[in-house]
Structures are given as structure tokens and as C-alpha cells.
Design a protein around this ligand. Structure first.
Ligand SMILES: Nc1ncnc2c1ncn2[C@@H]1O[C@H](COP(=O)(O)OP(=O)(O)OP(=O)(O)O)[C@@H](O)[C@H]1O
Ligand SMILES: [Mg+2]
Length: 647
């Protein structure tokens, strides 16, 4: 039979009292008689039900649906968020009492913890819990073999009544309430009820933004890899099912997702690794890409060598390091299938030649060599000479251009000692700096390997035009020499993508722009000299959903994030945050109390406190979820297990 709660005596507790709480409404104190068994069953995240004050059925809008009825029963559901063992003999740290007694009673408690395995005898010990409401209640009038249907809770539990531990079927029903299975994926398992899968609706997660907050090493990148995997697992969708199609743009400052999402870079035809700045990857990779683009005969050999070089430098989690050799073939495939594209602004590629003699002419002053007419003539002929040289330099490129520019610099250095005014010397110096800047620009990248933001926008905004065509999922990982390079590309990408969708009224496929190390790109103050993406991220967060554009942010330093963006995600994942300032920011932005957040201290890697206003079945209340390890997925994809089993 399906039951809402456990019936055994050992599983029953009692509600001792409730006190108001600004974030959750109230906090309840619940005690269970200590047994070792129950202490292992109840954990932060366990759900309990306690009879509440309600005396009649109500309509969804709160109006009474029937007359009062003294026999009416309804149960409020609460979630335990603190659990600790308590024994009468050992209270406090023991510093106050007579040491001999304190130790003796601690020793007797030791026996009690073990002896009271499935039954509590002496009334000296308790499991003390605190719980918060999840704003759902149920009645016990369901048909046979049906679980009760939870509904909005307008009441409060009655102190003194029994607390009943919900069965895992009921936990599953409560946590996955009203989930649309067709749009959902399994995020992970409930931390206490391991047999309960936690479902998340893709479109609500991606379109209504999500945030990932946890200390360094808590598993943010691993989680991002798993979420992206699940979003893209939506697969190819026919034109009529645009809502169910997804693409991802992942801004990857540390260049760690080539390793963590290699499966999705390879398996979708339109996935791209977007490289901002040619010095991001080993030089051989660029060379190999060029040769592939050119159709050279030895392209495959060069791609193999480049992939070997690259695989040795690839950033991988320690669990995957020993398998770096298995990446060679895959990285080579990225090169051969031309999935790696490079971006450098025209200025950096030396394609913008902005030098002209006018700046120098305007700043040097007419008396630079003196006031005589000869002096003036000398100045004019110098300026004409430089103007000519600049003209030749503009038409040249590469070494030839560099030689001419060097010639101009040495000519200016020669006349420097003849200059009679400070203004003149200053003007010459600053002009030399301008020339040097231009010289630092690089050779143009060959067209076959380069991309521009609008190319990627076209891939992201592609709309199948006839009914037989499909939306295809894809992953775009953006890496770069530094944040400046990435920002230049991504800011144009987001602006163009948004504008293009707005003018053409494009809603699908949903694109999720995910920022790892988000504090670098969307910092509260303008700490980054290279600029930032606050404006673009704000646009996505505030107006993106209308056009199917969402944002995801992952960071370990919550306090550095721009506050208005920080407040936008409807779904957030929180792990250990040892700094109080970070926790306070989370507590403020999402109305989670510090007491509830404290349970994250006990989390191991891969455990997350998940709260969502839309994407999960339980709305607006944090609950603990065990996420799968993304490294396992990659290992399977690389064939590690298969090969180990056959050898
Ligand atoms: N769910 C998980 N199961 C098992 N191991 C995990 C899980 N999540 C992360 N790990 C491991 O924990 C380590 C840290 O994970 P990860 O790099 O994802 O953390 P992070 O929060 O992104 O750290 P950083 O702040 O340095 O970016 C890695 O070795 C990773 O493989
Ligand atoms: Mg990380």
C-alpha cells in the first residue's frame, strides 16, 4: 500500500513549539526519541508532516469550500534543516562541572548512543530538530493506493502534535509536484532519500536564469558540466517544438571546459570552440587549423601532432588527468572538423591602420625648430616626409610595414636634439608611442580559421524554415588569452544576438549564456581595467527571457557580483560558503536564512542546496540534492570503463 508517512513508533516525533522567522515564516522545534536508527534516517532535508489548525477545506483562492468541521484533519509539511543528538548527561562543553562526574556521565552517554539502537529506554536522550515550512499541506482522504495530493498550506502546525516522517514515495511526490515530464531532466538524487530523483524543467532553468554559488573546490565547474549536458540532451527538435531545443554559450576563463564538455563539443555538428586571441592555445593548434582550412596534404599529420601537444597542456580535473591520452583523438577531430574558430579584433590583427601625420602636425607647434623661415621650412618638409612614409606603410604589411615604421621612428629620434620647444619634444614622443602601438599589432589571421561575432549569432539564432527541418543543440565554449579578449568578443556576441532576435522576433532555440568565474565579468565595481560585461549581462537577465535568452552565473565570491544581476536568477545552487559576507548576500538576495544555509557546512562535494521559484517541483524552499559526478560521464564517453572491463 502507498502511504504518506512511516507508521513505525520509532519514526514519530513531537512538535514542541514554533517561533516566527522573517525568511521562512516560522521555525519549528521538533524532538524525536533518540535511537541510533532514527538518527540515521533523519537528516537536514527530511520532510515531516504535523497536523495543523485548519478546520475546513478551502478553495485555491483561500475562500472556505465547506462549513467548519471539528473533526477535519489536515497536515502541514515541514522540512528539517537542523539535526543534532542531545543527551541529558552531557550538556554544554563540560567545563562547569566536577571533572570526575562529567567524564563518568559522558561515558554513560556513550553506552546509551549504542544501546538504544532501535528503541529508546531511559528518556535521557533526544534527537533535536529544527524545521521550516514548505508551504504545502495534505489531507488523508485520498482513494486507496493513491498518495495524498499536496496543496497550498494556509495554516500552521499545532504544537504538541506528532511529527511523522514522510515516506519516500511522498517525498518524491512533494519534491516533483506538477513537473512536466516531457520538459524535465533528472538533476540528481535527494541527499536524504537517495531513491528520490529530483526533476528540473529545462526551459524554466535556462530561460529564467540560474546561479551557482560555492567556495573554491565545491564542484561548481563539475555542476556546470552536468547542467550543460542535461540541457543539450534535449537533442534535435522538430521545428514545431522550438521550446524544447537548447544551445549553450559557455564563457570559460580558465579553459577547463574543453576537457569537461569534450563530449558535447564533439557530438553536435554546430558546436564550436571559440578562441579569442591566437596565443590562447599551443601555436601548433592554430597552424594545424590553418593547414586544414587550406586543404593541405599533411593536415592530418599536423592535426595529430597539435592534438598531442594540446592534450598534455589540457586542464583536467585530477580524476581525468590519467586519461589525457584519450583526448588526443578527440582534440584532433575538433581540428579536422574545423570546430575551432579564432577571433581577434581588426585592431589587433593590424588590419586597422589608423596612423596619420595630422596628430603630429597639430601638436608639435610651428616653432619646433625655431622661429626663422628656414626653421619653418625644415619642419614642413619633415612632416611631408613622414606623411609619405606613412602612406607607403599603410599599403605594405608584415615585415615591410615594420621596416618603414622603424625608419620613421629613427628619423624622429634623429631630429629630437634639434627641437627647441618642450611642446615639440612632447609631441614627437607621443607620436613615437602611437607608431609603436601600431607595430605591436599582429599579422592578420587567415580567413579560413577566423570568425566574427555575427557568424556565431547566425548559428545561435538559426530558425528552421520548413516544417521538416530541426533545431539542433550546440555548445559554444569561449576561451581567450585573458578576460579582455573574451569580453571584446562576448559583449558583441550578446548585443548582436539580442538585437537580431528582437528585430526578427526569434524566440527559439533557447540560448543559455553561462559565465563561470562570473565575478570577473560582472563585478559590482569596475575593478577590471579590461572592462566588463555588466551591461550585457543585465540585458540578458532583465529582458532576455522574451527572446529565449537566459543567463547562468557561477562564482565563489558572491559579494563581488553586481547586485542587480545577482537578484535575477530564479534557480540557484548553493554549496559551502565559509565567508559570512557571502552567505549574508545569498540570504538577502534569495531569502534563505543563515540557519538553513548552515547545513551546507556538512556537505561533501557534489551536494547542493537547490532553490527554484519555477524549475523544480518544490517552489521557493531550499532542499539538498546530490548531483552526479560529471567526470564519470566523461570517463564513460571516453570509453575508460569499457576498455577496463575487456582487459
Ligand atoms: N559531483 C561531484 N562528484 C564527485 N567529484 C566532484 C563532484 N563535483 C566536483 N568534484 C570534484 O571536486 C573537485 C573540484 O571541483 P570543481 O573544479 O568543479 O570545483 P569548483 O567549485 O569549480 O572550483 P573552483 O572555484 O576552483 O573553480 C574536482 O576534482 C572535481 O572533479
Ligand atoms: Mg570552477
Amino acid at each position: 500500500m502507498t502511504t504518506a508517512w512511516l507508521d513505525d513508533d520509532w519514526s514519530k516525533g513531537i512538535l514542541l513549539g514554533i517561533k516566527p522567522d522573517p525568511t521562512s515564516g516560522y521555525r519549528a522545534t521538533v524532538w524525536f526519541e533518540y535511537t541510533r536508527r532514527i538518527f540515521n534516517e533523519i537528516r537536514e532535508g527530511s520532510l515531516i508532516a504535523i497536523r495543523n489548525f485548519s478546520d475546513r477545506r478551502r478553495n485555491p483562492n483561500g475562500s472556505p469550500a465547506e462549513d467548519r468541521n471539528a473533526g477535519y484533519e489536515e497536515y502541514s509539511i515541514l522540512q528539517i534543516d537542523q539535526v543534532y543528538p542531545w543527551h541529558y548527561a552531557i550538556q554544554g562543553g563540560g567545563e562547569q562541572g566536577y571533572p570526575g562526574f562529567t567524564v563518568a556521565s559522558a561515558e554513560s552517554a556513550r553506552r546509551d548512543w549504542l544501546d538504544m539502537d532501535i528503541q529508546n529506554r531511559d528518556d535521557v536522550s533526544r534527537v533535536k530538530c529544527e524545521a521550516i515550512p514548505i508551504r504545502l499541506a495534505f489531507r488523508l482522504d485520498a482513494q486507496d493506493d493513491q498518495l495524498p495530493e499536496p496543496f497550498f498550506d494556509r495554516s500552521m502546525p499545532m504544537p504538541g502534535f506528532e511529527a511523522r516522517l514522510l515516506s519516500s514515495e511522498m517525498v518524491r511526490a512533494v519534491l516533483n509536484r506538477d513537473i512536466d515530464e516531457a520538459q524535465a531532466f533528472e538533476l540528481g538524487r535527494h541527499v536524504v532519500q537517495y531513491d528520490v530523483p529530483i526533476m528540473v524543467e529545462r526551459h524554466k532553468l535556462a530561460r529564467l536564469h540560474f546561479g551557482i554559488f560555492g567556495y573554491t573546490g565545491s564542484g561548481k565547474s563539475n555542476l556546470v558540466s552536468s547542467l550543460v549536458d542535461r540541457l543539450l540532451a534535449s537533442g534535435r527538435q522538430p521545428a514545431g517544438r522550438g521550446e524544447q531545443a537548447f544551445k549553450v554559450v559557455l564563457i570559460d576563463l580558465m579553459d577547463e571546459y574543453t576537457g569537461l564538455l569534450i563530449d558535447h563539443l564533439i557530438s553536435h555538428d554546430y558546436s564550436r570552440l571559440i578562441v579569442c586571441g591566437r596565443r590562447t592555445l599551443p601555436e601548433r593548434v592554430l597552424t594545424a587549423c590553418e593547414e586544414v582550412g587550406r586543404g593541405s596534404e599533411n593536415a592530418a599529420q599536423l592535426a595529430l601532432e597539435a592534438a598531442e601537444d594540446w592534450s598534455r597542456r589540457l586542464i583536467l580535473p585530477s580524476e581525468l588527468k590519467e586519461h589525457s591520452g584519450r583526448y588526443v583523438e578527440r582534440l584532433m577531430s575538433l581540428i579536422l572538423r574545423q570546430k575551432i574558430v579564432f577571433y581577434e579584433p581588426r585592431r589587433l590583427q593590424g588590419q586597422d591602420f589608423t596612423l596619420g601625420v595630422d596628430n603630429l602636425r597639430n601638436n608639435i607647434g610651428t616653432a619646433a625648430f625655431g622661429r626663422g623661415s628656414e626653421d619653418r621650412e625644415r619642419l614642413n618638409s619633415l612632416l611631408d616626409e613622414i606623411d609619405n612614409l606613412l602612406g607607403t606603410a599603410r599599403d605594405a604589411d608584415g615585415d615591410e610595414r615594420r621596416q618603414i615604421l622603424n625608419q620613421i621612428i629613427s628619423r624622429l629620434n634623429d631630429v629630437d636634439q634639434d627641437l627647441t620647444t618642450g611642446t615639440g619634444r612632447k609631441a614627437v614622443k607621443s607620436f613615437i608611442r602611437e607608431i609603436e602601438e601600431q607595430m605591436r599589432s599582429r599579422e592578420p589571421l587567415p580567413g579560413s580559421v577566423t570568425t566574427e561575432p555575427y557568424n556565431i549569432v547566425n548559428l545561435l539564432n538559426f530558425q528552421p524554415s520548413h516544417p521538416g527541418a530541426s533545431y539542433l543543440p550546440s555548445l559554444n565554449v569561449v576561451i581567450g588569452e585573458d578576460e579582455g579578449h573574451i569580453i571584446t568578443f562576448v559583449s558583441q556576441l550578446i548585443e548582436n544576438c539580442f538585437e537580431n532576435r528582437r528585430t526578427r522576433s526569434i524566440l527559439y532555440p533557447t540560448v543559455s549564456f553561462i559565465f563561470d568565474e562570473a565575478d570577473v565579468f560582472i563585478a559590482q565595481d569596475n575593478r577590471q581595467s579590461a572592462g566588463n560585461l555588466v551591461a550585457q549581462a543585465t540585458m540578458l537577465a532583465r529582458r532576455g527571457r522574451k527572446f529565449g535568452l537566459g543567463i547562468g552565473i557561477a562564482t565563489q565570491r558572491v559579494v563581488y557580483l553586481d547586485t542587480s544581476i545577482m537578484a535575477q536568477p530564479h534557480t540557484y545552487f548553493v554549496s559551502k560558503l565559509p565567508r559570512k559576507s557571502d552567505r549574508e548576500r545569498i540570504a538577502d538576495a534569495f531569502a534563505i536564512s543563515d540557519e538553513t544555509l548552515k547545513q551546507t557546512f556538512g556537505f561533501t562535494v557534489g551536494q547542493w542546496l537547490v532553490t527554484s521559484h519555477d524549475a523544480t517541483g518544490l517552489k521557493g524552499v531550499p532542499f539538498p540534492v546530490q548531483l552526479p559526478n560529471a567526470n564519470d560521464r566523461i570517463r564513460r564517453w571516453l570509453g575508460v570503463e569499457r576498455d577496463q572491463n575487456t582487459t
